[in-house]
Write a protein that binds this ligand. Structure first.
Ligand code: CU
Length: 186
């Protein structure tokens, strides 16, 4: 599946994930959003980063090429901040426009404040009782690679311990590298 349909479905179906934060988000000031966005990465990255709102509006201009968001921009109302390098920004743009993503170099994104609960194999899943493996990852780094052969050594199981592949069977695949111990599968 590709094109706008995929993004529209992800946005619509995962919208519920972020809806808990929506009412608080409406009351938030730009300063609140900037402060949360900056918690996604180490200060020496986030303090010089550009900060964008989920709709792409510039909250703060930066100088170091990194872009931080107060939530995942593909998920309306999300409150899990991330700081992306240029490769991850290209990935975000590709997913939101429905274009194919490719990269010649590794991409890095920081999510040191943790992430939403997701089905690790299906980005569009919404039912946590669907029998799939669900994960609400804590502080982590996310990596993009030029091709999947480069990560053939990594498991698809988020509870295997160490880095793992999220959404491995889809064009949205990426490596999750937790930086804190993860609770066992429930
Ligand atoms: Cu993440």
């Amino acid at each position: 599946m590709r094109g706008m349909n995929q993004f529209a479905m992800i946005a619509a179906l995962l919208g519920g994930v972020g809806s808990l934060g929506t009412s608080a988000a409406h009351a938030e000031t730009a300063a609140d959003k900037i402060a949360r966005a900056m918690t996604a990465a180490p200060a020496n990255i986030s303090e010089q980063a550009t900060v964008l709102d989920l709709d792409g509006a510039v909250l703060q201009e930066g100088t170091n090429g990194w872009v931080c968001f107060p939530g995942v921009p593909l998920i309306p109302g999300d409150t899990h901040p991330m700081c992306n390098d240029a490769v991850w920004m290209k990935w975000i743009d590709a997913v939101s426009s429905g274009d194919a993503f490719s990269t010649d170099v590794v991409g890095v994104s920081y999510m040191l404040a943790g992430d939403a609960m997701v089905n690790n194999s299906n980005p569009m899943a919404t039912d946590q009782n669907d029998g799939g493996i669900w994960i609400e990852e804590g502080p982590h780094i996310m990596l993009l690679f030029p091709n999947k052969d480069m990560v053939a050594n990594l498991p698809d199981d988020p509870y295997a311990g160490g880095p793992y592949i999220m959404w491995g069977g889809t064009p949205l695949w990426h490596v999750m590298a937790p930086i804190e111990a993860q609770d066992a599968a429930q």
